[in-house]
Design a protein around this ligand. Structure first.
Ligand SMILES: NC(=O)c1ccc[n+]([C@@H]2O[C@H](COP(=O)([O-])OP(=O)(O)OC[C@H]3O[C@@H](n4cnc5c(N)ncnc54)[C@H](OP(=O)(O)O)[C@@H]3O)[C@@H](O)[C@H]2O)c1
Length: 427
């Protein structure tokens, strides 16, 4: 049995979860792995949520961890990128391995931190930064290492998935569903990072890095959130036998990689359509293992603590350092180029608000056909006060051609409101 000293920065939701799990499972972890994790210090900002920290020292001074030679692994469970970045560098300089759940830190400053870790001869592990309790980084990095990853399509934010599920199940507006998510603690008082898709983009940048061995600057991602999704959009999607999900998508074609986050119509028969409420789901298509779906709790104290502690054991066993070195997180190993919105190939949904008169449908179809876009299915609602909605799904087409067609239609006298469009996950 090897006793390994650890220290926690940040006694919040995740830090508290790690302490809870350690309290209950320390012995189990030791029996299974031969690693006895001894929590020696917890550094956070007062007031502390409890004084029960398993006999560890509790305080706000980083030296409690940085200057304790018995602490080999620092668990950095502080959010944001300012104090967390400084603490990360302090830990690496002090020769501590780092385990973190902070996705913004890894997505925005990963390169610099990985380089510092290499220079210090230690490792950084960040399984908990993506999809909470789902061991997706390990699956991509280790389990699927004999595969080319062709595409990765994922629901990576429980808050937005909860909001979209509530809108669908109760017919609620976006605002109603957001309020309920905040009441239940699924959404922050300031939900910007979640609902604008930024949190999902951070996680996509990290996953793309592992899946494709590329450095992904956040600016390379095209990101849309869910704030403009309406109850009518959700009902229309249902009519098309689809659900709207906030998807992170990475798809490879030759040396081109399409990386984006956007609300997307997911056909009911697709495995991701059944990932509801605050759950996450990651659907991977790879060259040999075939399609796979990973699903589970993408956040929360205990699921995230589960991933933090798995990483901690990995570091203690020396596995993390090996993979960290072998996988070359710093360098690009693949030449690649990001696909822009106009070059992206996707099926689409469009809803046109039109004047109810003969020939309107034909003029829309004509413009689409001129741009080389084929219609897969079409639906026309009952006219009301002289106007009607025409909804259609297209086969995959070049994004630029689809956007040009919609602009041309909206600039003509055919539509009476801007056309509503979404990507659709149909082949
Ligand atoms: N919550 C989840 O389910 C979840 C899941 C996956 C990943 N994450 C990520 O994990 C990280 C932590 O999330 P969380 O939900 O646990 O946040 P949290 O509840 O706000 O906890 C963070 C803790 O760190 C403390 N802190 C802030 N600055 C500090 C500093 N300079 N030194 C020491 N402690 C400091 C905070 O104190 P104050 O409260 O006084 O500021 C708070 O107690 C974030 O990056 C988050 O994105 C969270």
């Amino acid at each position: 049995m090897q006793r390994v000293g650890i220290g926690i920065f940040g006694f919040g939701v995740v830090g508290g979860g790690v302490i809870d799990v350690l309290r209950r499972e320390r012995e189990l972890i030791a029996r299974r792995t031969g690693i006895d994790l001894e929590l020696r210090a917890v550094v956070s900002l007062p007031p502390y949520r409890s004084s029960d920290v398993l006999g560890a020292r509790l305080g706000e001074e980083p030296r409690l961890i940085l200057e304790d030679p018995e602490i080999r692994i620092a668990l950095l469970l502080v959010g944001g990128t300012t104090a967390a970045r400084q603490l990360a560098h302090d830990c690496l300089r002090a020769g501590k391995h780092l385990v973190t759940s902070n996705k913004a830190l890894i997505a925005e400053h990963g390169d610099e931190l990985f380089a510092a870790a290499r220079a210090a001869g230690v490792s950084i592990a960040f399984e908990a930064a993506v999809a909470g309790g789902i061991p997706i980084i390990g699956a991509l990095r280790d389990g699927l290492c004999a595969n080319q990853i062709r595409s990765l399509t994922a629901i990576l934010n429980g808050t937005t998935n909860y909001i979209l599920t509530m809108m669908e199940q109760h017919g609620w507006s976006y605002e109603q569903a957001l309020r309920e998510a905040q009441r239940l603690g699924y959404a922050e008082a300031d939900p910007t990072l979640d609902v604008r898709g930024i949190d999902t983009a951070h996680k996509l940048a990290i996953l793309a890095r592992i899946a494709f061995h590329i450095q992904v600057p956040l600016a390379a991602l095209r990101v849309e959130g869910i704030e403009r999704v309406t109850a009518q959009d959700i009902a229309s999607a249902a009519r098309m036998r689809c659900r709207i999900k906030l998807l992170a998508r990475a798809q490879v074609s030759g040396q081109d990689i399409d990386l984006h986050v956007a609300p997307t119509l997911v056909p009911l028969e697709h495995p991701l359509a059944s990932v509801h409420m605050n759950y996450n789901g990651i659907y991977i298509e790879s060259s040999n293992a075939g399609p796979q779906l990973y699903t589970g709790q993408g956040a929360g104290a205990l699921p995230t603590a589960s991933a933090v502690l798995a990483d901690t054991v990995d570091v203690a066993l020396g596995r993390s350092k090996q993979t960290f070195e072998a996988y070359g997180f710093v360098q690009n190993t693949t030449a690649w180029q990001c696909v822009g919105e106009r070059e992206e190939r996707t099926a689409s949904y469009a809803r046109f608000r039109v004047i109810d008169r003969p020939g309107v449908l034909a003029s829309i179809a004509q413009v689409l056909s001129r741009k080389g876009i084929s219609i897969r299915s079409i639906y026309q609602g009952e006219p009301q006060t002289g106007q009607a909605d025409i909804e259609l799904l297209t086969y995959p087409a070049r994004g630029g051609d689809f956007l040009d067609a919609i602009n041309e239609i909206d600039e003509s006298a055919v539509t009476t409101a801007p056309t509503v469009c979404y990507r659709c996950l149909l082949p």
